[in-house]
Design a protein. Structure first.
Length: 365
């Protein structure tokens, strides 16, 4: 039985390129099975401004994947018990896969890792698509095409259920019907600790880093205002530097603090990377942060819930930044505890590996 990875297109400056390299190795190690990646070929490395991929290029990539999958069915290469893992569940290719598997009576398992979608009003799809009837129904269709739907945080699970199956949607699905298809698991990023080894224990500078996308839901205007009013520190927006992955990680290793005022976050890879190189996170007590982050590194959500609220509370935010920067060493023991929690619960895909292995046992029983 083969595990097929239907991967998200690799962009060198993002984690997606690392997944292409490391995920097959991790799956082989954890399952002992043959792993094949179904790639869509070369893609534009320049993402759509403010987004995590290129909106046109991603469809070229996914269309090529659909053709390769169909060819494997046509050549009778797909066998009962094979697993297909979509590293980005928002891939309509799964509909074609499900169509072929059902009609050709192939008993495969289909897995999808959800990152975002129109069900999140703060996401790109949620903001830019006015008539969401088509995206809502497609996302529901993809959800039921997957045998297993994976989410990295409980916050994301609840956001997903509310956005697709809660009021005002008039649907007949019960929560139990939905929940039985959902698996909460960390993401497959066990490799990160080792890959960031060279950036650990770097001499720290008075740098405060904004590692997020330049998008309205990340509120970069708050960061810029802090920069204008706190000249004693160096505030850097990473995307404005057009850094290579190595240059970015060097900057991450030198920074003392990562700042977030995000209005959309279902996990947060950048601040986990920061914790691995002793860079303190400063995040609002909302979204996925609420379940992931120790109290030492959270601030009251209301302070940055909007630019208007920030303007009211900016002195409190500034004071918190000064505390982190001037008392940096005092926070390192708590940061070590935080790092351990993240590595075990949110950035290790044991739930995914266990599900795949359990299905092998069930089918072999």
């Amino acid at each position: 039985m083969t595990i097929y990875i239907v991967d998200i297109e690799p962009v060198e400056t993002r984690y997606t390129a690392q997944w292409k390299e490391h995920l097959p190795k991790q799956l082989i190690k954890k399952t002992g099975r043959k792993v094949v990646t179904i790639s869509g070929g070369n893609v534009p490395q320049m993402t759509t401004p403010g987004a995590f991929l290129n909106f046109a290029g991603t469809n070229v990539y996914k269309s090529a994947q659909a053709i390769k999958i169909a060819e494997k069915f046509a050549q009778n290469e797909i066998e009962d018990g094979d697993d297909f893992i979509f590293t980005d569940a928002w891939n309509s290719t799964v509909i074609q896969l499900k169509y072929m598997a059902d009609l050709l009576q192939k008993k495969i398992n289909i897995h999808g890792l959800w990152h975002a979608g129109s069900y999140d009003p703060a996401d790109f799809l949620g903001r830019l698509i006015e008539d969401k009837r088509w995206t809502t129904n497609i996302e529901r269709g993809m959800f039921f095409a997957y045998d297993y739907n994976y989410f990295a945080t409980n916050f994301h699970i609840e956001l997903f259920i509310k956005g697709l199956f809660g009021p005002p949607h008039d649907i007949s699905y019960h929560r139990e019907d939905v929940m039985k298809r959902i698996v909460r698991t960390g993401w497959p990023m066990e490799y990160l600790d080792q890959t960031l080894e060279q950036y650990k224990r770097m001499p720290k500078k008075n740098i405060i880093l904004f590692p997020h996308r330049m998008a309205p839901e990340k509120q970069p205007e708050i960061f810029r205002d802090l920069k204008d009013n706190m000249p004693q520190y160096e505030f850097i927006i990473a995307q404005e530097r057009q850094l290579t992955k190595n240059e970015y990680h060097n900057l991450l290793g030198e920074a003392k603090l990562i700042f977030s005022a995000n209005l959309q976050e279902t996990l947060g890879i950048s601040w986990y990377e920061g914790s691995l190189v002793d860079t303190i996170p400063m995040v609002p007590d909302r979204l996925s942060y609420s379940e992931m982050v120790l109290d030492e590194f959270k601030y009251d959500s209301e302070l940055t819930s909007s630019m208007e609220n920030y303007n009211i509370h900016h002195k409190e935010i500034a004071a918190k930044i000064v505390d982190y920067m001037e008392n940096y060493e005092e926070y390192l023991p708590a940061l070590a505890r935080q790092r351990s929690i993240l590595a075990k619960k949110f950035f290790s895909a044991e739930g995914l590996y266990a599900t795949i292995n359990d299905q092998v046992l069930i089918k072999g029983a």
